[in-house]
Design a protein around this ligand. Structure first.
Ligand SMILES: NC(=O)c1ccc[n+]([C@@H]2O[C@H](COP(=O)([O-])OP(=O)(O)OC[C@H]3O[C@@H](n4cnc5c(N)ncnc54)[C@H](O)[C@@H]3O)[C@@H](O)[C@H]2O)c1
Length: 338
């Protein structure tokens, strides 16, 4: 398989290394709007870089991985559809709901497979939690807690176009909750706080946020996100059942310390960033994408999943801004498919 990769920033350069290391990938071809950056990354790996995105598509790759900046995703997926090339796209599919619907329609008309980059679906702990729940080992779920706590804020320039903390950060947890429980979010109540850098408030965003979500079977979910988790990159999903509790992300690298005297667990080193926390999941999701591109499996994470998660994230954002509970159908009905 010959795979093209567009965008070699933080996540794209990681994906370039992963694809290069996958034995089922024969060659990787890179492109970036910053051509020098594409060449620099390609040179480090001993692979080739295109002079433009058009040149990359002209090379007729078997699949394309889109890891460019968020605002470029929809346009690049449209190019993949026009070229008939299976696509993997980092979240989001598009910056807004109208663009997401339009891109989904283009993908469907072209008939290309599309896989979204929600890597928690490929994390061993999340998958095991899902299986334990489905097997009935937990009994009735009485609480689900999900968090994504970043150790430090991204650069100030990233925030205005990020879509807000729920769409940028919590959207992964929203997808994970849908995937692990098999239920849809119907209503949310969210709030947020700004006690860090001024640039969050200047962009109308918050640096810390919480949401209470109700699933369609009545299960309550607590969602938490922060840009200031000094202990490290803490991403967990906790399923509390009437018979048993399981927690994804609870291992010796958990970025937290016990307050109990004499307890030394977890021993660290704490996860520092997404590359460390999800290293194996990124390999598994790209391995799956190669199988998707080869036609061996259906997409394990569809564009429709990105749409569903984005609707919930937007409901959280509106709830936070307006100080009221918001039903997800309120968001979905405002921007219906065309
Ligand atoms: N799944 C995850 O864990 C995860 C983690 C980080 C980022 N992301 C997502 O991945 C995307 C990239 O994030 P990042 O942090 O790597 O960003 P980044 O700013 O580090 O890199 C983005 C790269 O895209 C390039 N680019 C921008 N527009 C382009 C275009 N039209 N054509 C080609 N290249 C273009 C830029 O030059 C840059 O090299 C974002 O959409 C983000 O939401 C996902």
């Amino acid at each position: 398989m010959r795979i093209g990769l567009i965008g070699v920033g933080r996540i794209g350069s990681l994906h370039a290394q992963t694809l290069h290391d996958l034995e089922i990938v024969e060659s990787v071809f890179l492109a970036d709007a910053d051509v020098a950056r594409a060449h620099e990354t390609a040179d480090k790996l001993g692979i080739a870089a295109a002079g433009s995105v058009a040149e990359l598509f002209a090379s007729r790759p078997d699949g394309v991985v889109i890891a460019a900046a968020t605002q470029a995703h929809a346009e690049l997926v449209h190019l993949a559809a026009a070229a008939g090339v299976p696509a993997f796209c980092e979240k989001p599919l598009a910056s807004d709901l109208a663009g997401t619907h339009e891109t989904l329609a283009t993908v469907a008309a072209a008939g290309i497979p599309l896989q979204m980059g929600f890597q928690r679906r490929f994390d061993a702990g999340y998958a095991a939690a899902r299986e334990a729940l489905a097997a009935g080992e937990l009994g009735r779920l009485h609480a689900v807690w999900a968090c994504t706590l970043d150790p430090a804020p991204p650069h100030a320039s990233y925030i205005p176009a990020s879509g807000g903390i729920f769409a940028d950060c919590s959207v992964h947890d929203i997808d994970a909750v849908r995937w692990v429980t098999g239920h849809e979010v119907v209503e949310v109540m969210a709030t947020g706080a700004n006690r860090g850098a001024d640039f969050f408030a200047e962009a109308g965003d918050v640096d810390t946020a919480n949401a209470l979500m109700t699933l369609d079977d009545g299960t309550l979910v607590a969602l938490a996100a922060s840009r200031y988790n000094g202990s490290g990159y803490d991403v967990r999903l906790e399923l509390h059942g009437s018979q048993r509790t399981v927690i994804a992300g609870l291992d010796e690298r958990l970025p937290a310390g016990s307050a109990e005297p004499g307890v030394t667990w977890p021993g660290g080193p704490a996860y520092a960033n997404f590359a460390e926390r999800f290293s194996e999941a990124y390999v598994a999701e790209l391995r799956a994408f190669v199988d998707v591109a080869a036609g061996r499996i259906e997409s394990p994470c569809r564009g429709e999943d990105a749409l569903a998660a984005l609707c919930v994230a937007h409901a959280c954002e509106r709830s936070r801004r307006e100080g009221r509970s918001v039903r997800v159908e309120e968001i979905a009905q405002e921007v219906p498919p065309q």
